[in-house]
Design a protein around this ligand. Structure first.
Ligand code: 289
Ligand code: CA
Length: 160
């Protein structure tokens, strides 16, 4: 009984060591795979991935495309996330629309889930709801935000 107990432990040790090797190999190939798929259109910030496909469309169309892909329109929650989106804007030389709007109540900007925004980066003088027609949020290459008509076409950036 004592001997068979020992050999069982040794067998388990070998199995753990094999699994550790397989885990290391998986981690290394996953890390390489992430680098590949992030090039050049994606950015990772913490747990979040921001990605563009290069598509341009109005707010509803961008929102629908991100959702169809299993993500949502980019909704930066802090300066690091905003900076990642800014890098994609600079790369494409095109402004984007965020997953933020005040369609429901003028002047109350919310995320797509209805939550009030907890971070913003408005350009001086914005949001101004120009001509009473600006409920969406575009981001310029400066990283600064402007409220803009949702019917304009902007570059898609989704978050996953
Ligand atoms: O149609 C108005 C927009 O083109 C933008 O014009 C100016 O840049 C500012 O007044 C912005 O607030 C406005 O969204
Ligand atoms: Ca504006």
């Amino acid at each position: 009984k004592g001997d068979s107990g020992l050999s069982e432990i040794n067998l388990l040790k070998r199995q753990v060591s094999t699994l550790e090797g397989q885990l290391r190999a998986l981690q290394s190939s996953f890390s390489k795979y992430k680098q590949v798929i992030m090039f050049p259109n994606g950015r990772i910030v913490g747990e979040k991935i921001f990605m563009t496909s290069g598509y341009d469309g109005n707010f509803d169309s961008l929102k629908q495309r991100c959702s169809q892909a299993g993500g949502q329109l980019a909704s930066p929650r802090n300066a690091a996330e905003n900076a990642a989106i800014q890098q994609i804007i600079v790369l494409y030389n095109k402004s984007v629309f965020l997953g933020i709007n005040d369609i429901q109540t003028e002047g109350h900007f919310k995320y797509l889930n209805g939550e009030n925004i907890g971070y913003s980066n408005w350009h001086t003088g914005e949001p101004n709801n120009q001509s009473d027609a600006e409920d969406c949020v575009e981001v310029h290459s400066s990283g600064k935000w402007n409220d803009r008509s949702c019917g304009e076409k902007r570059l898609i950036v989704c978050e996953f």
